[in-house]
Design a protein around this ligand. Structure first.
Ligand SMILES: [Cu+2]
Length: 166
């Protein structure tokens, strides 16, 4: 009796292990999500900004030290003077610390001259329907680097995201 119980238990354990294996296998072979897996490192990325002051996506992952091609598209319709957008990837500053000063510098595409050494890469300010592609080298140090729109009030309204370097 004791022996039978034991072997039944072992059989259940085996089935469970097989099931787990199947689940892991299935997950591993799944089709990538539309637009790519946001957790996967890429060397090319497109980010949009809209009239609601939202970036999409707000997070992307790049491999350390690689050359990255980033296209930023302003998909809004409002005029550049009131709803322009830029995209600046920064290091060593919070989005608000960077933008509260940078937004006072329209003459320099809303990049504070004193923070230029904190800018990994940046686009110009884009009007509706405009896009710009920038090529830059990802930092060699893994970590999280913010990207922001520093057009006045936009960072405070939530127009920022994270570039993960891994
Ligand atoms: Cu903006």
């Amino acid at each position: 009796m004791e022996k039978t119980m034991k072997s039944t238990k072992r059989l259940q354990l085996l089935s469970f292990t097989a099931l787990l294996g199947a689940v892991v296998l299935f997950a591993g072979c799944g089709e990538p999500a539309p637009g790519g897996d946001p957790a996967e490192a890429v060397t090319s990325v497109t980010i949009t900004g809209n009239d609601q002051m939202q970036f999409e996506p707000t997070r992307f992952v790049v491999p350390a030290g690689e050359e990255i091609t980033l296209t930023f598209q302003n998909i809004g319709q409002m005029p550049k003077e009131t709803m322009g957008h830029n995209l600046a990837i920064i290091r060593g500053l919070t989005p608000m610390a960077f933008s509260s000063v940078s937004q006072q510098h329209p003459e320099n595409e809303y990049i504070a001259p004193e923070f230029e050494d904190r800018v990994i890469a940046a686009t110009q300010v884009l009007g509706p329907g405009e896009e710009e592609t920038i090529v830059f080298t990802a930092p060699t140090e893994p970590g999280e680097y913010p990207f922001v729109c520093s057009f006045p009030t936009h960072t405070g309204a939530g127009m920022h995201g994270i570039m993960v370097v891994q």
